[in-house]
Design a protein around this ligand. Structure first.
Ligand code: NAD
Length: 482
C-alpha cells in the first residue's frame, strides 16, 4: 500500500475487518497498476454487473423477501432489479460521450492555447448501503463508480444479511476482487469502513449516521456523497385533482410499506379539502390493497425495532387526540410485522410523528390556510430530500418551487424524479450532500481534471522578468482583452 494511504482503521481483528483491510489494499494496487481503465474494460464491467443482477434475480428476490419477512415480489423486481439494470444500460449507452474530454473556451489573450476538462477515475470508491432497497442502493452507485473507471468496495446493511451474502457471492462470481467486492459485517465494520482512506465514499442512510460518516471521512480528507433522509412533504394545492393526487400519495407511501427515503412523509392540504383528501387517500389505499391483512403484495416492516418505533409513533398521535384512519386491521398483521396505512389527521406539532422522519406507512395530513403557509411550514423544518406538489395553478407551483429548497421535486406525482436517471439524485442540507444517477453519477466518481494545452506560439514569455517598460506596454495592451 502506498505510504500516503497506509492508514489502519481502528477495529478488532474480525473476519469483516480483515476482509476490509485486504480488499482495500488489493483495490489500491489494482488502481495503481491500471489507473485509467479503457472504454472496453468499463463496458465489460457494466455488462458483468447487469449479468449478475439478472442471473441472480430469483436468489435476490428470495433473499430480500426473507430479510423483510415479506417483501412484495413486484416491488423487488421493479425497484431493485429493473432500476439497477436500466441505470447500467443507460451508463453503457452514454459512456463514450461521458468519457470524452470536454473542450472549454480559451480567452482571447491566452490563444492559441487550448483548454479541456478530462474526466479521470478517482481510484477506490467505498459504498455504504442501507437495508430499505438493499440491492438497488448498493449497485446503483457501483454502476456510476465503475463507469467512471474506479474500483468499488461495498458495505451493505447488516439488517439484510441474506441479501448481503447473496450479493457478495454474485459479485465474487463476476468480478476480480481488485475491481469490485463486498465486505459484510455490523456497525463496527461500517465504522472501520468510514475510517478507511477511500478516494471517495458514498453513504446512503440516516442523517444522524451520515454526520458520523462525514466526521470519520474528514480525518482522511475523503470526499463524501451523503444520500440521507428527512421529512418529504406532499403539498396539495386548491387547483389539484384530489382523486389523482390521493392515488399517487397512497402509492408513494405504501410502496415498500413507506420504507422509502423519498416517500411522502406527510401531506399539507387546504383546510376546506382536508377531509376529502384523507378520504380519497383511504379509498385509494383500499383499492390498491383490497386484502391488505393477507396480501403478499404489501411489504413487512424490516425489524421488530422498527415495527415498535412505528407503532409508538401512531400511539403517541392517538393519545394526543389526532383522528386516525387505519386501512385494514392492524392486529391481524402483527405476525408478519405489517402495519396498515395509518392516516393521522392534524396531529399537534409536538406529536412524535411530526418530529422525525417516519419511514413507514403512517401518513399525517395537516391542514394549511394558504400556499404561503404551506411554504412556511416546509421552510420551518430541515430541507427535505423530496417535495411533491399537486395542482394546475402554474403561478402557485412556481412560487412553491422557488421558495422551498429540497433535494428533488416531482410535480403532480410521487417518486418519479428518482427513477428518471438523467436527473441528478441527491439531497440538500440535512437530506444530503452531492448527487449521482446518470451523467451526474459519472462526474461524482471522476476527477474532472482541468488541462491547459499551451501552444508553442504563445507570447506569454514576454511577461517574464526582468520587468521593463516593454512589460508595462504589453500588459496595458493585454488588459484591453480581459
Ligand atoms: P442507517 O444510517 O442506520 O444505516 C445505513 C448504513 O450505515 C448501514 O449499512 C449500516 O450498517 C451503516 N452504519 C451504521 N452505523 C454506522 C457507523 N457508525 N459508521 C458507518 N456506517 C454505519 O440507515 P438505515 O436504517 O439502513 O436506512 C434508513 C435511512 O436511510 C433513512 O433515513 C432513509 O431516509 C435513508 N435513505 C436515504 C436514501 C437516499 O438515497 N437519500 C435511500 C434510502 C434510505
Amino acid at each position: 500500500m502506498p505510504a500516503d494511504t497506509a492508514h489502519t482503521p481502528n477495529i478488532e481483528n474480525t473476519d469483516g475487518a480483515r476482509d476490509l483491510a485486504r480488499l482495500f489494499a488489493l483495490q489500491k494496487e489494482t488502481c495503481a497498476a491500471s489507473p485509467y481503465p479503457s472504454f472496453d474494460e468499463r463496458i465489460d464491467r457494466l455488462n458483468r454487473l447487469i449479468r449478475l443482477t439478472e442471473d441472480n434475480e430469483t436468489k435476490f428476490v428470495e433473499a430480500i423477501n426473507a430479510d423483510f419477512g415479506n417483501r412484495s415480489f413486484y416491488e423487488t423486481v421493479i425497484a431493485e432489479i429493473v432500476v439497477t439494470v436500466s441505470g447500467a444500460k443507460l451508463a453503457k449507452k452514454h459512456l463514450q460521450n461521458w468519457m470524452r474530454p470536454r473542450g472549454v473556451p480559451t480567452p482571447l489573450h491566452m490563444l492559441p492555447a487550448k483548454s479541456r476538462i478530462e474526466p479521470q477515475p478517482l481510484g477506490v470508491v467505498g459504498v455504504i448501503s442501507p437495508w430499505n432497497y438493499p440491492l438497488q442502493l448498493a449497485l446503483a452507485p457501483t454502476v456510476a463508480a465503475l463507469a467512471a473507471g474506479n474500483s468499488v468496495l461495498i458495505k451493505p446493511s447488516e439488517l439484510t444479511p441474506r441479501l448481503s451474502e447473496a450479493l457478495k457471492q454474485a459479485i465474487a462470481s463476476e468480478f476480480d476482487e481488485g475491481v469490485c467486492a463486498v465486505v459484510t459485517g455490523g456497525v463496527e465494520v461500517g465504522q472501520a469502513f468510514t475510517e478507511t482512506p477511500f478516494d471517495h465514499l458514498l453513504f446512503t442512510g440516516s442523517t444522524s449516521i451520515g454526520a458520523r460518516v462525514a466526521q470519520a471521512a474528514a480525518n482522511n480528507l475523503t470526499p463524501v456523497t451523503l444520500e440521507l433522509g428527512g421529512k418529504s412533504p406532499a403539498i396539495i394545492d386548491e387547483s389539484a385533482d384530489i382523486g389523482a393526487a390521493a392515488k399517487s400519495i397512497a402509492y408513494g407511501k405504501m410502496m415498500n410499506a413507506g420504507q422509502t427515503c423519498v416517500a411522502p412523509d406527510y401531506v399539507l392540504a387546504p383546510e376546506q379539502l382536508l377531509d376529502q383528501t384523507a378520504d380519497a387517500i383511504a379509498d385509494a389505499a383500499r383499492s390498491m390493497f383490497p386484502a391488505i391483512d393477507t396480501s403478499d403484495d404489501y411489504t413487512s416492516i424490516i425489524s421488530d425495532r422498527h415495527f415498535s418505533r412505528l407503532k409508538s409513533l401512531a400511539d403517541d398521535a392517538r393519545k394526543r387526540g389526532a383522528r386516525i384512519i387505519e386501512i385494514g386491521s392492524s392486529n391481524a398483521l402483527h405476525p408478519q410485522r405489517k402495519i396498515p396505512l395509518t392516516i393521522v389527521i392534524n396531529p399537534p406539532s409536538d406529536a412524535e410523528v411530526m418530529k422525525e422522519e417516519i419511514f413507514g406507512p403512517i401518513l399525517p395530513i395537516l391542514s394549511t390556510a394558504s400556499a404561503d403557509s404551506a411554504i412556511a411550514h416546509v421552510n420551518a423544518g430541515d430541507r427535505p430530500l423530496a417535495l411533491y406538489w399537486y395542482g394546475d395553478n402554474k403561478q402557485t407551483r412556481d412560487r412553491v418551487l422557488q421558495k422551498t429548497v429540497s433535494g428533488g421535486v416531482t410535480v403532480n406525482d410521487t417518486l418519479w424524479h428518482v427513477a428518471q436517471e438523467n436527473l441528478p439524485f441527491g439531497g440538500v442540507g440535512k437530506s444530503g450532500i452531492g448527487a449521482y444517477h446518470g451523467e451526474r453519477g459519472f462526474e461524482t466518481f471522476s476527477h474532472l481534471k482541468p488541462v491547459f494545452y499551451q501552444s508553442r506560439f504563445t507570447s506569454g514569455s514576454i511577461l517574464y522578468p526582468p520587468y521593463t517598460e516593454k512589460t508595462g506596454k504589453v500588459l496595458s495592451f493585454l488588459r484591453k482583452f480581459i
